[in-house]
Design a protein around this ligand. Structure first.
Ligand code: SF4
Length: 290
């Protein structure tokens, strides 16, 4: 189900979020369909069942954003676009909400952090180039595996992994920073030495500024569904995988082992994970802003 809605408010404050506290999501739900997506739970608060198929489209997002950024109290804080759902999911081809959002951002010279798993962002390259000439534009993507047969099972609607990296490299020339999330690292599936090495080798070759990593986190319904997926597509791994996930996080010894490997790769390729958010110096952001 695709439903067009008129949003009452489009900027959301998350006190503990990193790298920015402010989120803008033009869509609710996400057709990219990553099987590990932990935002799936958020749909139940909207009374919707299927995060990957029941999509809300905020057709008035740019008008609302204009109003919220025009508030005297707005701090000009860095905004993350697409923190809960991917801003360049397939529906963006039809709705073209992003160019209108960028026009508002440009008028207000507001810094942005944009994260997507879709190369559809390249459609807006020229607009983002212009935007980056007047404010900070940070671009990020995340990847899991270079094995496309596995990628199609785990992240069916995302662009191929190598294309996401190439996209990030294209933005390197214009954005303040480029960040690659190697996340989630999926135990027994995307944690081969070859995959780990390829991530860091290519990040270095493409000149990516930051590589951040995290191991798969599974809780609630997502854990149940992900375990079913492992059973179906990787039956030989199921038993060991389930043992690693007695809780929502991977076994501590396993996590330590991965951490050692990543440390070595960081040293070998001199690729680190230090992302510095844009600092807001106008005033302290207050939760009660709107
Ligand atoms: S792209 Fe992001 S929001 Fe969309 S399904 Fe994947 S993890 Fe979830």
């Amino acid at each position: 189900m695709i439903k067009e809605i008129q949003a009452k408010k489009v900027l959301t404050f998350h006190p503990d979020a990193f790298p920015t506290h402010w989120d803008l999501n033009p869509y609710r739900g996400c057709t990219i369909g990553c099987k590990y997506c932990f935002a799936q739970y958020s749909h139940k608060y909207l009374g919707l069942d299927d995060f990957f198929k029941d999509i809300l489209v905020k057709t008035n997002v740019s008008e609302r954003l204009e109003k919220e950024l025009s508030q005297k109290k707005w701090s000009c804080a860095q905004i993350k676009i697409g923190g809960t759902t991917d801003l360049y999911q397939h529906l963006e081809k039809k709705y073209e909400l992003l160019p209108k959002i960028y026009a508002v951002i440009k008028r207000h010279k507001n810094p942005v952090f944009i994260q997507t798993k879709s190369t559809l962002i390249l459609r807006d390259f020229e607009i983002l180039k212009e935007l980056s000439e007047i404010t900070s534009v940070d671009i990020a993507t995340s990847i899991t595996t270079f094995d496309e047969s596995i990628r199609k099972i785990i992240e069916p609607g995302a662009s191929p992994t190598i294309e996401r990296l190439e996209m990030l490299a294209i933005f390197k020339g214009i954005s303040r920073s480029t960040t690659l999330g190697f996340m989630p690292i999926i135990p027994l599936i995307s944690d081969t030495d070859e995959n780990l090495e390829t991530v860091f080798r290519l990040a270095k070759a493409y000149g990516i500024d930051n590589v951040v990593t995290s191991i798969l986190f599974l809780r609630g319904d997502v854990k149940t569904k992900f375990l079913s997926l492992i059973k179906l597509h990787f039956p030989d791994l199921y038993s060991d995988f389930a043992k690693l996930y007695a809780t929502s996080t991977a076994d501590a010894a396993y996590a330590q082992q991965i951490s050692v490997k990543i440390k070595k790769l960081r040293e070998k390729y001199q690729v680190f994970g230090v992302y510095k958010p844009v600092e807001t110096n106008v005033r302290t952001v207050q939760l009660s802003l709107f």
